[in-house]
Ligand binder design. Sequence first.
Ligand code: SF4
Ligand code: SF4
Length: 324
Amino acid sequence: MALTLSILYRGPLASCNYACGYCPFAKRRDSAADLRRDRQSLERFVSWVEGRPAADRLGVLFTPWGEALTRAWYRDALARLSLLPQITRAAVQTNLSCGLGWTERGDLDKLALWTTFHPSQVERPKFVERCRELTRRGVRYSVGVVGLREHFADIAALRGELPPGVYLWVNAYKDVANYYEVGEAEWLTAIDPHFPTNNTRHPSRGRPCRAGHTAVSVDGDGTVRRCHFVKEPIGNLYADDFESVLRERLCPNATCGCHIGYVHLPELRQDGVYGDGLLERVPARYEHRPGGLCHQSPESVAQASRPVSERLFPLPLHVSSSGA
Ligand code: SF4
Ligand code: SF4
């Protein structure tokens, strides 16, 4: 029977060319042996996908500890995967610091980028130009920012500068309890209508979750876990009986607070929100058209074409609208 499965792949790669203050992988270096192991692990994974029947419906999202696209083997893997009939999506989380010529080798109907802007690491105009290049090339992508207070001015400016129709998500900062002051969550919701969902640690213990059934996490050794947040292995991708471990399960964790996890909670109905953009975090109403543009719904386009001052809400008092 054909297999329908979303696979979040995370190999050993842990190095990154950026040094974000909120990240434990900032400027980490991998040894030559680490990189060799990562490359070999990825090759094994891609070969496994290539060996699957053409009738399978497989979505792949690379969710590296560090930055993947600075490594040629991840760029090659994405292009290769996107050309397979059994692949419905080949996506990656990236800081977008790499060149983009490699995307020409992939199938743009299946390739997608989950990009994140890190204000302390790259000038906004440079990041926005990369986004415009993605749009010109017809690559499907979302853009996100961590919703720290010191990022608010950049978030506001970014919404005005991104090509209309590109979804800008904001990851709620949840490391500090009750971080947002009065009005701030509403302000962020005006930019990202799905911010309230992300700003919640969803109660999940004992509740049905599709993770482990129609979505799994896979590491470099092929160890399969239901998701990145439940450490207990449930099988191995390279074992003959791999498919037998896929079944409905109840979540053992108290809460689930990341997009890549809670979208698999049926009660949140996020599959209806994101449709086939679930992996790269592009809501279904941001319609993608091959040929170079992502389009929002007509009402969203009307919203985006209003003057920035009207469309971008009153800023909180302590945030300058100049972006300074
Ligand atoms: S770009 Fe991503 S992986 Fe790299 S330091 Fe920043 S948050 Fe961490
Ligand atoms: S609810 Fe979240 S933590 Fe629990 S199994 Fe699902 S994805 Fe994993």
